[in-house]
Structures are given as C-alpha cells and as structure tokens.
Design a protein around this ligand. Structure first.
Ligand code: GLN
Length: 487
C-alpha cells in the first residue's frame, strides 16, 4: 500500500478500493492523519484542523476493516476519511464554533448529517477551523488563528468554512462538511479551487448545526470534484424528524444524473452578476465556461434578477438580527467558558465580552439595534419584504423556462491574508452568494480556471429542490473544462 497516492482517488474510488480490500481503511485514515500533521504548525502551517483524535480515528478504521468481510453490505463511504466544520455537533470531539466562548464544549448529541456520514461508513478525522460562529469570509476571525489557502498560503482560503475547504484542497480528505448562511461553502470552495454545494433550504437536516441565522442556515458539502460533493450530499440529505424545517421529499441519486451533453437545457446569465466592475479576468473565465456550456448543447439566455444589488444590505440586517437572538444562549451558564464576576449580571457580561471576538460582538450589536423598538419596522421588516422580492426574482426566471443560472461565485479570486481590513469591503464579497441563501435555492461552485495562479469559481444556481439539474450541469461542465478548470 505504501507509495499509493490516495489524493488522486475520488471518494467513491477510495471507498471501492477499501470495499474490495485492495486498500485498508487504516491506510486511508493514516494518510489523512499524515496530511494533518503537516498542516499543524508543521511544514505548511495551513491550520485547517482544530480538534481531532487520531487514535480513535485509527481504531474506527480498524473496526471498519474487521467488519468489512463479515458484515456486508458495505456503506457508500466505507472507510472514507471526512472532516466536519466545528459548528456541527459531533460526539467525542469538541464543537467550539471557532470561539473562545465554546472552548472545551463537547456536545452530548450528534448532528444528523454527521450520524449519516458515519452510518455510510465514513470516518471523522476531526473538526475544521472557521470564522467564529461562521461570521466572516476569510477564516481570519477564528479564535484559534487563521487558516491559510493551500493553493497560495499568502492568501485566505475564504470563509467561514475555510478550514473544511483548505483540508479538501490540501488533499487531506475528499469530502468535508461546511455550513452556509450567506455563501460560506461556495466562496471558500471558489477560493481553494474545489467544489462546494449549498443544497435547497430544508434539503439537509440542521439538527446539531449551531444556529447563526436560522432562516438562512444550511449544512453544505465540499468535494475535490463534483462527484465527491454529489456523493456527500446524497448521504446526508433527506427527511429528519429531529428538524421540523427539514423537507420530507425523497432525495434523487444525483450521481446517476451525470451527463456529458446538455441539449435542451436553458442556462440563464443574469446581467446583475456580470457588472462592469467585475474583475476582467474573472469575467473571461466565466465567458469561457459559458462557451463550453453552449458547445455542450445548452442555450445560454440573458436574464435579469433586478433586486440583486439589495442582497447585501438585506443579508446584513436579517443575519445579524437572527444571530443576536440565537447567540443569547451563550451566557456562561450552559456552554463552555464562564468568567466569574460580582454576581450574575457581571458573570453574563464578562463571559460574553471576553468569550466573543470583535466580529461576533459587532453582529450582536447590529442585530439588537435592528430589532429594537422603533427600528424593527424601518430595518428588519423592510429587509424581510425586500428578501421576498429577491426570492421572486429567482422564481420568475425559473418559471420563464430557464433551468439554471450560471454566475461567478465571487467578484475576485482569494485576497491576501490581512488585506480585508475594512469589514464593509468583506461584506461586499458575499454579493453573488448571499442571494441563494435569501431565496433558499440550491447553488454550487466549481473551479472554472485560474487568474494569476489563483482559482476562480463558477456558480450554478437551480430552483428549489432541483439539485439534480444543478449537478447535471456541473458534471458536464467539469468534464468539458477538464484541465482548463485549473488553468
Ligand atoms: N460571509 C457571510 C457572513 O459573514 C456568510 C457567512 C456564512 O455563510 N456563514 O455572514
């Protein structure tokens, strides 16, 4: 087994080799652990992993190897190493949300998505770094230090799920879970040159996902390739009695829809996602991808989503408003950190002001403000009304016979570590991704080329619960681009 380059294998190929016993789960897990060791202040210092238990992961691998012969059928991810963002609850490993306030917290229950990965045979290597409470776009707001981009360590990996994206891009795992409130899977996937999927709101159970903004939160999946991401989503999606917002409809087998032709498909090119100000070379990569889609038989149609420019103000009212309410539970009594003070009020205040970092405090203040008496109608209620208009934009485009949309995932490639000193500028980075969270529609980012050596992501957005169309287009485009996706 030594000398085998496992990073070249897809998740399903890895699983097949483990299932047919030409590779052990132990060897697969060991190769992930070796990669992690390098990332920890070691040779590359990427800092994508926060918590892991290597002896437990190896023991699980040994159990999987032992069970493989005696207990068929073998799961869809048998022996495949995976990682999980640190705001998704796991048994046996901390769930800190990249925050001091959750330091040392180990959940007494496990997220449904994680349970399903394990039931399919996956082995959880550890919990990945993230912007504190998933607020951010660069993973620089983690209380445990920034994650660096494996493609170019002077660059951010994106965020907030930057640890999961970097782990997959570095080859430590093929599949990792992330979370999305406003682009936190697609944007880091774009920056790191991998695939990231945000399913329809309600497609994947959020039981065990620490809430940020409940009307926008999703669990999403990273893969090295479209197929890895499709396989990961197939495993975790579907009805869950533990989450009332989780939709009961059946989950199609996305991987069976893989196709090379797109004849009859109408793909919308929304004008608002290709503004004059768009980085010229990002625009060129997008036009090349659109050309490929045409040559696969698709019709590319110019469309308009007129309320797109309002997405950022709307998102940055609704998300902080819901966050200020959700984060009230971190009070020094129930979870993690407690700073003892002079009485209960001081204990609350000291715990929260020392436990939360500056960005989280900014969001709580913003959210409390827009929800307060007198401002609720002016900000929060108005934002909800505009959100409905944004969702209507998508509805009317899809009702007009457009099957999916193609856009850039982000306005620029990954920026340098420390470059986004202005928070407002960082917020603007979410312009092409936050819309899908506001509307609840599924969206995916896949690599479509590079600019100055840095990956560029192309985004495919489909209508509610039509991940199958989104994946079919992604499979075809990935094949058509071939090596160009990384050039
Ligand atoms: N960058 C956005 C924010 O800071 C999105 C975060 C997310 O999707 N979790 O809120």
């Amino acid at each position: 087994m030594t000398g085998t380059d496992l990073t070249g294998l897809s998740a399903s190929a890895l699983r097949d080799r483990i299932a047919n016993r030409t590779l052990t789960a132990r060897a697969a897990v060991q190769s992930s652990l070796d990669a992690v060791k390098v990332s920890r202040g070691g040779a590359d210092g990427l800092n994508y992993l926060l918590w892991s238990d290597s002896s437990e992961a190896l023991a699980e691998a040994d159990r999987a190897d032992a069970a493989m012969d005696s207990q068929p059928p073998v799961g869809a991810l048998a022996g495949v190493p995976v990682m999980v963002k640190d705001n998704i609850a796991t048994l046996g490993l901390p769930t800190s949300c990249g925050s001091r306030i959750m330091e040392g917290y180990v959940s007494p229950f496990e997220a449904t998505a994680v349970r399903r990965l394990r039931e399919a045979g996956a082995i959880v290597i550890g919990k990945t770094n993230m912007d504190e409470f998933a607020m951010g776009s660069s993973t620089e707001y983690s209380a445990y230090g920034p994650t660096l981009n494996p493609v170019d360590p002077t660059r951010v990996p994106g965020g907030s799920s930057g640890g999961s994206a970097a782990a997959v891009a570095a080859g430590a795992v093929r599949i990792a879970l992330g979370s999305e409130t406003g682009g936190s899977v697609r944007q880091p996937a774009a920056y790191c040159g991998i695939t990231g999927v945000k399913p329809t709101y309600g497609r994947v159970s959020r039981y065990g996902l620490v809430a940020f903004a409940s009307s926008l939160d999703h669990i999403g999946v990273f893969g090295r390739t479209v197929d890895d991401a499709a396989l990961g989503l197939e495993v975790i999606a579907g009805a869950d009695p533990l989450d009332a917002t989780c939709d009961p409809r059946a989950v199609p087998l996305y991987r069976e829809g893989a196709t090379e032709r797109l004849d009859g498909m109408v793909i919308g090119r929304p004008a608002e996602y290709f503004p004059e100000s768009l980085n010229q070379r990002v625009a060129e990569r997008c036009e090349r991808a659109l050309d490929r889609l045409r040559s696969l038989g698709a019709e590319v149609r110019d469309v308009s989503l007129p309320h797109t420019p309002l997405a950022i103000p709307v998102y940055y009212i609704i998300a902080p408003a819901e966050a200020s309410s959700n984060l009230a539970r971190f009070d020094g009594v129930r979870y993690g950190l407690r700073v003892e003070g002079d009485g209960l009020r001081e204990m609350y205040e000291d715990t929260r002001s020392r436990g939360f970092g500056p960005e989280v405090i900014r969001r709580i203040l913003l959210g409390t403000y827009v929800l307060s008496a007198g401002y609720y109608d002016a900000y929060y209620r108005k934002a909800q009304a505009v959100r409905a208009l944004i969702a209507d934009d998508f509805r009317s485009v899809f009702e007009s016979g457009v099957h999916a949309l193609f856009t850039p995932t982000t306005p620029t490639p990954a920026f340098a570590v420390g470059e986004a000193a202005d928070v407002y500028e960082l917020y603007l980075n979410d312009i092409f991704t936050a819309t899908a969270n506001l509307a609840g529609v599924p969206a995916l980012s896949l690599p479509i080329g590079r600019v100055n050596g840095l990956p560029v992501g192309g985004q495919i957005i489909a209508s509610h619960f039509d991940e199958a169309t989104m994946f079919a287009i992604a499979y075809a485009l990935e094949t058509a681009l071939g090596e160009e996706a990384h050039r």
